[in-house]
Design a protein around this ligand. Structure first.
Ligand SMILES: [Zn+2]
Length: 145
């Protein structure tokens, strides 16, 4: 059975854009904040936001790359024993935010980060297959419309 993302790939224009995206990504990116190399996908703020549905595949290659840790307002929501916790000082500190919102963000962002760890071991996947299942479904729906 096909996954929603495989269906999305069938659209030819989508595939062309995807190839352009992949070619760009192979060049590697420098962090927009600290200027260092973003070496692993699990360090990438860009890909984390992509897998949780905050960035469209079409804009992936035009969006600036950053280290996850260089975007602490997002990284603070990763709660995993293999991720050293990030804290934010100031108004975006999650300890000062609405508890329900924080719980939802932690669930989503942590799943997204674990997904990045997963796809980093699956070179056969295309970029369109990286996102979380509900995000893939949404992409497939939009590609078909
Ligand atoms: Zn950085």
């Amino acid at each position: 059975m096909d996954t929603p993302c495989r269906e999305a790939e069938r659209s030819e224009s989508h595939l062309i854009r995807l190839k352009a995206t992949m070619a760009k990504c192979e060049e590697g990116y420098l962090c927009d904040v600290c200027g260092g190399d973003v070496e692993a996908i699990t360090e990438s703020d860009l890909y984390l936001r992509f897998v949780i549905g905050q960035i469209d595949p079409e804009t992936l290659h035009t969006t600036r790359e950053r280290h996850l840790r260089c975007n602490p307002t997002l990284a603070q929501f990763i709660v995993d024993e293999s991720f050293e916790p990030v804290t934010v000082e100031g108004p975006f500190d999650k300890r000062k935010l609405d508890a329900d919102y924080v719980a939802r963000q932690e669930a989503l962002v942590t799943r997204g980060w674990r997904r990045l760890a997963e796809v980093s071991h699956q070179p056969e996947l295309t970029i369109l297959e990286y996102p979380l299942p509900e995000v893939c479904e949404d992409l497939a729906r939009r590609a078909g419309s």
